[in-house]
Design a binder for this molecule. Sequence first.
Ligand code: GLA
Length: 413
Amino acid sequence: MRTGVIKKTAPAAALAALLAVAVMTACGPGTERKEAAVEKIVAEPVLAPTPPMGFNTWNKFGCNVDERLIRETADALVETGMRDAGYKYLVIDDCWQVSRGADGRIVADPARFPGGMKALADYVHGKGLAFGLYTDLGPRTCEGRPGSLGFEDLDAATYAEWGVDYIKVDWCNADDLDARVQYTKFHDALRRTGRPIVLSICEWGRNDPWTWARGVGELWRTTSDIGDNWESVAWIINANSRLYAAAGPGGWNDPDMLEVGNGGMTGDEYRAHFSLWAIMASPLMAGNDLRAMTDETKSILLNREVIEIDQDLLGVQGRVVIDRGYGGQVWMKPLADGSKAVAFLNMTERELDLYVRWSQIGIPAGPARVRDLWAHKDLDVHTDTGKTFGERFEVKVPAHGVVLVRIRPGQTP
Ligand code: GLA
């Protein structure tokens, strides 16, 4: 008897599990006997056809989380327009949990979350958002709260009952475990609940998740924690840039949550941070206080033209195409409509001139439209001399800053 196997073929946007039924009929030679092998395979849902977007409590609030903050943040996601710009997951990081009950069930802090997680998830869902929580693969979280080791199925079932849509699973106190085996165990426990729950793998790149995490989780951290300073952002960009081949629809390199709006960097630095996360097709999890954003912070997090680069359906992580060696880089991300996002990144402390030739970014010779995604304007097209947009584009880039453009080949205004 032969069996038919249908591999994962879920369309990119499918959010519910698909049931594939393969029926094969095999005829034995010289006999009338017919054998029917029916195999049912539940194809994996594609939960993150584009990089997940949302908000996470950790960068700004640390352990200072409670249900009031979550409700107010849910309100702010709607009122500021962030939900409509794509920020969908509202995730409570470490410290929401305090103990396990006699039955082994994880217990939310009754003082900080008196209404319980189910009611909070209902509130978040009522705002048109999705709800996320945090746990750890080991026995304890990084902040010493109960972890999930040995409770994977019970925790997954509890999350499903509460209406959790996203779970971040950390790696503190877990170094002796086999990351691939344990995260797969968690993945399987989530799938058994029947509820689509995004798995955010957070082992800081220690076990090369980019080599095995596709199909286990929807995103995997590639570095240790981000800090609200330029050195940290520059360091993470360099580390994450090497891993572009691993990213694509369904699974994404995660260079950590955003620091935009937390006060430790200049506007240019935050624009560079956000631009590079977008060109690297990174998850965009805001990490600032959404209830009190300056206009500049809003203009960064709500820049829809930059978000479009991040969320482009081709799902390619952009990469460095020119590295000047002295801190000037040109990045390119191909987009579904045939245009290219190009970031000119200046890691140095003084203004730099950077340029790119069409041949270096796969654009055919000839005129092209160049749109500045921070100035929100189409730049002039010149086709008269060698220094033209018909061949190349050059630009002055501020210190610790970026110029981000979208180049559409073959078009004139
Ligand atoms: C680790 C993770 C962070 C955060 C903290 C919480 O450091 O990498 O993103 O979740 O734990 O304790």
